[in-house]
Structure formats: C-alpha cells, structure tokens
Design a protein around this ligand. Sequence first.
Ligand code: NAP
Ligand code: MG
Length: 405
Amino acid sequence: MNKIEVKTPIVEIDGDEMTRVMWQMVKDQLLLPYLKMNLAYYDLQLKKRDETNDKITLEAAEAIKKFGVGVKCATITPNKDRVKEYNLKQEWSSPNGTIRAALDGTVFRAPILVNNILPSVRTWKKPIHIGRHAYGDVYKNCEYRVPEAGKAEMVFTSSAGQELWRGTIQDFKGPGIIQGIHNTDKSISSFAKACFTYAYDQKINLWFGAKDTISKTYDAQFKKIFEQEYVANWKTKFTEAGLEYFFTLIDDAVARIMKTDGGLLWACKNYDGDVMSDMLGSAYGSLAMMTSVLVSPQGYYEFEASHGTVQKHYYNYLKGEKTSSNSMALIFAWTGCLRKRGELDQTPEVVEFAKKLEESALETVESGIMTGDLMLVATPDPKNKKVSTEDFIAEVAKRLQDKLK
Ligand code: NAP
Ligand code: MG
C-alpha cells in the first residue's frame, strides 16, 4: 500500500512517563505504517527541558508558529519531588503554561463520545465543548488578610504617576479578607477571537456566560469585548453558517446547559472554566475520553490529551507489570492534528485517514474492548473485556487495517 503523504511538517512534541510509552506505540502501530509525515520533533521529556534550561519548550512553541499545527504528549510539571527524582537544576514551569503564553492561546476541551458510556446528564447527546479563558482573575490575584479594623482602598496610578482613581473596598470594623484581581482588554479580546474561531471551525453555536448584572464594570467588559468581536468579525459568517452567538448570565448558562442536547461551545471565564471543565469531564465519563486543543488568535493549533502522564501506571510499567492505560485521548490528539493539517493543506486523504482512525478507536470501545478506567463507567455488558495498554492499541490497529484495505 502506498503511504498517504502529509504535505506540511507537523510539530511533534514528545513528553513523559506512561503517555510517552503510549505515544510511541500509537506512532508505531497506528500512524507510521500508513503516513508519510515530515515531523519537526521536539523532545520535552523533563530531562531534556532541564538540559536545555527549558529552551526546548520555547523552540517547540516557535515551531508551532512556523508550521501552524502541532501535537503534544503529556509532560511532567515539576514540583519538589520531581526535582529530587530527576535531579533537576530547578523547578521548571509548566510547559503547557509556557506554550500557551507564547501562542497567546485558549484551551478547548471536548468529550469523546461512545454509545456504551452514557453521560450523567441524560439529555446530553452531543459533546459540550468548553473554552476556558486562561489568564488573570483570581489566578493572578493580590490578596491580603485584614488583621483588624481599618479601611481597604483600591488605587490606580497611571504610568505617568498620576492617581486616576481611588475607591473604598470596605471600612472594616474587625478582621477580614480582601482580594484584587485584574484582566486586560488584550487578553479578553484574544480569548473572544479564539472562541469565535473554534466555534466557527467546529460549526457549533457559541455560548458565553458572565455576571455583568452584578459586576457592572469587570464582567461587563468581557461581555462588551465579546459583542464587539462578534459584530466586527463574525456576525455575517455565523449567520451564513446558521450559527448563533448567545450571551447570558453565568447562572442562567449553567441551568440551561443541563437541558440542552449539547453540540455547543461554552466559553467560560477563568474560574468558571476551571470548575465547569472538571464537572463536564466527570459527567461525560473519564479524563482519558477528553480531547484538548490550544487555539491561538492567529490560527495556530496545538492538539493534546487533557490528562497527565499517568505516573502511577508508569511505575507499574517500569516494574514489568501489565498496565491498562487508555490511549484514546492521545489517539484523538493525533487525529485532531492530522485533520486540521489536512484541511489547511487541502489534502482530503489525510482528513479521511484521521476519520478512519477515530472510527477504529471508537468501534473498539463500543465493541466492549476497553481499558480499566472505562470498565468502571461503561454500561455493564457480558462482552465488556478489560485489556492491557498494548492490546487496546493492537485492537485499534486491526480495525484500522481493515478500513484502509
Ligand atoms: P494524571 O496523569 O492525569 O493521572 C491521574 C489518574 O487519572 C491516574 O492515576 C489514573 O487513575 C487516571 N488516568 C489519567 N489518565 C489516564 C489514562 N490515559 N488511562 C487510564 N487512567 C488514567 O494526573 P496526575 O497523576 O495528577 O499527574 C501526573 C503528572 O502529569 C504530573 O507530573 C503532572 O504534572 C502531569 N500533568 C501533565 C498534564 C499535561 O501535560 N497535559 C496535565 C495534567 C498533569 P488510576 O491511578 O486510578 O488508574
Ligand atoms: Mg479544575
């Protein structure tokens, strides 16, 4: 069989632990036998980041800017234990954070649906995609424990040194707490652009919820920027494609989401997205059944799995024990990347390959062959069978081979 050619190089970002092991298996058995790819390879395993003083992470981000589309394996974000374990020079920051900052991107997540794992919410038939604004608010706050009675004020001084504004937060009669948070028009605008781009790409409606009735300046600014972006760049496109942009209060969005059948992008402010993405992940079944993609306002894409490096399974693997780790999200990171590459390159055969690989993976799980994590959440059936990490990928490979005949 002739291999399918992928025109433009793909930025491949390798990672750590069990996901690194699965990454290689997926490449060897599901991709390289069928695809002629030119891979711009960046090895972000922790040792390499340490050796290069984390320069490799920035280089990987630059490569995505150059080629447009990348795919990333999960990587360790080091803490004190990891510094000791890997004898690191320092506690390097999260590679995902570094790449996100370099690309000014927004992370979108969506569940991978199969007919034998039912969402906890009965009405959800299609994926609910979630887009989390990943800058500012409470994640970049300034807070203080008020020890005694006194006045808390907020002051803004311009860079020219002029006090432009002063407001009272509270006249405290006794101990309490205060917190200052911020965001920037630039970041909110990038977030809005990424959300409209993603929704339009996926041909799904966009919902955005905030609390502008209570927060008449802060949340109202989010609403205003989204509206401006919509009117300036998307209204015509959305209307032509039969799509809708819908703003509502965040509590109303939460209530309504429970009654929809899914199939929409839910744009969330930072904290809402943090909380709601965990709720959606759990309601749809498993972290290993979630796709994740970083989209930059310039239209760069980085596909990844939403779970971590599955450390515990890796230690068992190193001891020579059989593992049952789920490679679905990694497979879908590759198919997402290949589909996007194929669309941009206008190579329908690459898009078709991605589709067949996804079908093979979904059909494997739907036939009852699954890893341990899914056995716990799948509809009970005598045909359900827990398989090892290797056997799961081999089963997908078998189905893929049949489809490509
Ligand atoms: P994790 O790797 O997501 O794993 C947490 C638990 O979830 C696992 O122990 C396992 O449960 C289950 N799980 C996750 N993915 C699975 C899969 N593919 N198949 C089967 N089970 C799966 O999170 P963590 O243990 O908190 O973090 C490990 C490392 O990953 C950390 O060093 C962290 O920095 C890094 N991390 C990286 C990323 C990223 O690069 N995208 C994201 C998050 C965390 P059982 O043990 O019960 O089987
Ligand atoms: Mg969270």
